[in-house]
Ligand binder design. Structure first.
Ligand code: ADP
Ligand code: ZN
Length: 763
């Protein structure tokens, strides 16, 4: 194959040329490959590399190898090459190599290895998840046949004129040519080409070319802003770290509207001036056209990685990034794996967001992976938030990271006044309405002043429960331990865990009484209430039901931004990172939705949510205020959020966490067991816990075990769920314990289980 050509194009798949011959290597100088498979296994498997694959195989490529029962050809990743191990068991040979080039660099292999160790899953599982499907499939590319002269070609050979013409074209061409180009240039059909191939004078090579590229809108470039003193100081701390060429984590604690983004941008400017690149992670729903435009208007080559990309688009972006033609990668959680070769800086904006934790295997937290990657690269990591997690805050206070504070808004704009409204005795609330008297009045005032309003409610659907007034039962999902939410628009009751839905009859399924009552308030019901109370006022609802189509989210925000719609209401979707100058009133319809959840971070989340929502207003000179409706007006998380007092919230909360031995003072691993039969599951969970406890005693491990206990959501998708919690001051003993116990657990326990290290969801 022509090597020069190969470098310019996407490389060909070896498999398309047929598998390489299965060969046993010579006993003398054998080469072995370490292979990991997409299984929850710690083991790395050794295989002999057949002679024919020796010059091709590199770590980071996928291979086919005989594996498991019946030695079925199975795809795995090559993670290392070396001499055979000393204990010279008879090794099996690899069958074929799938990728022509490594899908991961040695550094990324090391990083994925670290993830497997830290989050207690298989290395192969991590690799499988980290490389996007579109990259593995080489989506958006196609294999094309090119023609070139063979080595046998002898210029002295006499040929008929058409064949001669083909040969002449190929001799003067610098690269192999596609059939169409070749026949055009030689002025002939396909048959002289075929004849020349039969004679062995020319040969066909198959190579992969891209059939697809991304067209970008041209965006006008904008100059960097003149930083204020706080921003300048933050930037200089970051630049110190950049120039020191060592890893440092910097926690940028800046109130909403303090101009954190501008600091990131100018730090990246510095990085780009060194010829290096940056990754900016943001929560998926903050990846709005506004955010993207902000980066594209400052840098020439910005790759955006989000979940709506097609396979082809993602593959193309990945190639651009790997090739070094991208300066900045902006993306959600998985963008931390972007294959930048010369990374200079990682930024995580809205560090406190729970979506940075992946809730499927590998259950990694992007913040921890980013920290590891930054350590490996000797570069800084910036964590930005107005409401940092207690983990990030405690790190800064124990000098594992540097705290940078920006406690004023840009241009000294005031923080919006937040009023806590106790709705326990509100006449409207008592009737089950969402908008109490004070909030209703404030809305009227804001509207008469031509201001815009955001109403925030964390519950989608119409009503979160349908309840029988006679027997007190509510309609539940048959598969989950959850009430069904009434969705009026689609006229069905929906399970928000498993998507089960049913058209309920008007009669109670338990007692037959007719007339089920709708309990509680969801965004659809709130929308109906706004329309009833403010006739003629346009109102836009944003939740995952109304915004399911790609692009609808952005379109809705644009309408709101342009002032076409005065009232925007919705779930978390509207609480994040958005910047609307004309919003003069924000209403938190129910501040208590998270507060009573059985989660150790319930108060922290409540504080974050109210602070973030409150941050959506008062951003321009028009000012603005926030009304928070609650039945717990003395709750510190709500009070302190209303006072914009992060430190005032975090200090007692930390003391509380310390007293109760919970994170960030202790590390957790949560084990969830599930099965279809509750008694069985309970027994198995007990055996599981006993086995673990025995191991703890044997190993004299400092780990503490809690449980087994039914999980807060005891039934999910037709399975019962139990959980066990392991904790210790450090992660290592938990990891050691788990590794030592797993083989025994697999023997003794006959139930499905998963382990979640540093769990974020406690459901
Ligand atoms: P944060 O991310 O801290 O909430 P933003 O980055 O959204 O804050 O900034 C708030 C607003 O202030 C934005 O509209 C931004 O363009 C503007 N801004 C930021 N820095 C400056 C500056 N130095 N001078 C003027 N305006 C600025
Ligand atoms: Zn369900």
């Amino acid at each position: 194959m022509n090597n020069a050509r190969q470098k310019n194009l996407f490389s060909a798949d070896h498999t398309e040329e047929g598998p390489y011959p299965w060969e046993l290597a010579e006993a003398s100088d054998q080469l072995t490959a370490s292979i990991v498979f997409n299984r929850p296994l710690e083991t790395v498997y050794m295989y002999l590399v057949p002679e024919a694959l020796r010059d091709i195989l590199q770590p980071g490529q996928r291979v086919r190898a005989p594996f498991g029962r019946g030695d079925r050809p199975t795809i795995g990743f090559c993670v290392d090459l070396g001499p055979p191990p000393k204990s010279s068991r008879l090794l099996k040979s690899l069958e074929s190599v799938i990728d022509n080039e490594p899908l991961l660099s040695p550094k990324m292999l090391e990083l994925t290895r670290w993830i497997a160790d830290r989050y207690l899953c298989g290395w192969g599982q991590v690799l499988e998840s980290v490389v996007p499907a579109g990259v593995k499939k080489k989506a958006g590319t196609r294999v094309v046949r090119f023609f070139q002269l063979t080595e046998n070609f002898d210029a002295a050979t006499k040929l008929p004129p058409k064949q001669q013409a083909v040969v002449e074209v190929l001799r003067s061409a610098e690269e192999p040519l596609e059939a169409e180009e070749l026949t055009n240039k030689a002025g002939c059909g396909i048959s002289p080409i075929n004849t020349l191939r039969k004679k062995g004078i020319i040969q066909a090579v198959r190579q992969r070319t891209t059939s697809w590229t991304v067209e970008f809108d041209l965006i006008e470039k904008v100059d960097d802003l003149q930083l204020n003193n706080d921003q300048q100081q933050s930037l200089s701390f970051i630049c110190d770290a950049l120039r020191a060429k060592r890893h440092e984590t910097l926690l940028l604690h800046g109130v909403t509207g303090s101009g954190k983004t501008e600091v990131y941008i100018q730090a990246i400017r510095e990085v780009v001036s060194y010829g290096k690149q940056a990754i900016v992670l943001v929560p998926e729903i903050s990846l709005t056209p506004q955010t993207i435009r902000q980066f594209r208007s400052r840098f020439d080559n910005v790759a955006v990685l989000h979940s709506h990309l097609s396979d082809a688009e993602r593959h193309w972006q990945w190639q651009q990034i790997a090739r070094g033609s991208v300066q900045v990668v902006v993306g959600a959680r998985s963008a931390i794996f972007a294959p930048l070769a010369n990374l200079g800086l990682i930024v995580i904006d809205e560090e406190h967001e729970t979506t940075f934790k992946q809730e499927t295997v590998p259950r990694y937290h992007a913040r921890e992976v980013a920290r590891r990657r930054a350590e490996m690269e000797n570069i800084p990591l910036i964590l930005g938030s107005a409401t940092p997690t207690l983990e990030a805050w405690q790190d800064a206070h124990e000098n594992r990271s540097r705290l940078i504070t920006m406690d004023k808004r840009i241009e000294n704009r005031p923080m919006p006044p937040v009023v806590i409204v106790d709705v326990r005795n509100d006449p409207h609330s008592q009737k089950g309405e969402g908008i109490g008297r004070a909030l209703g009045n404030a809305m009227r005032m804001a509207l008469s002043d031509n201001g815009q309003i955001i109403l925030f409610l964390n519950v989608r659907g119409f009503a979160p429960a349908l309840w029988c007034r006679a027997c007190g039962e509510s309609l539940r999902c048959p598969d989950c331990d959850i009430t069904l939410t009434w969705h009026k628009d689609r006229q069905f009751a929906l399970c928000h865990s498993c998507d089960y839905n049913t058209v309920p009859s008007n009669r109670c399924p338990s007692c037959g009484h007719s007339g089920m009552r709708m309990i509680g308030m969801g965004t659809q019901r709130l929308e109906a209430e706004v329309k009833a109370k403010f006739p003629g006022v346009k109102c836009l609802r944003m939740d995952s039901d109304s915004m399911s189509k790609p692009g609808s989210h952005d379109a809705a925000l644009e309408r709101f931004r342009h002032g076409e719609v005065p009232v925007l209401l919705g779930t978390q979707m509207i609480a994040k990172g958005l910047d609307f100058p004309n919003v003069t009133l924000v209403g938190v319809v129910d501040a208590d939705t998270i507060l009573h959840q059985p989660d150790l971070r319930a108060t922290e989340r409540t504080f974050q949510l109210i602070s973030q929502v409150a941050g959506r207003t008062g951003r321009s000179s028009r000012g603005g205020r926030v009304l928070v409706q609650t039945c717990c007006p003395t709750e510190p998380a709500i009070l302190k959020a209303a006072e914009h007092d992060y430190v005032g919230f975090v200090q007692p909360e930390l003391a509380h966490r310390k007293e109760f031995q919970s994170p960030p003072f202790r590390k957790l691993a949560r084990i969830i067991l599930r099965g279809p039969n509750e008694r069985d599951l309970q027994q198995q969970s007990q055996i599981f816990a006993d086995t673990l406890q025995k191991k703890i005693n044997e190993m004299e491990s400092p780990a503490c075990l809690l449980g087994p206990a039914p999980a807060p959501i005891t039934r999910l998708k037709a399975n019962y769920r139990y959980h066990i919690q392991l904790s210790a001051t450090e992660l290592e003993p938990l990891q050691q314990l788990w590794r030592a116990a797993v083989p025994e657990l697999q023997k003794k326990v006959n139930v499905e289980f998963i382990v979640d290290v540093d769990p974020v969801s406690m459901r």
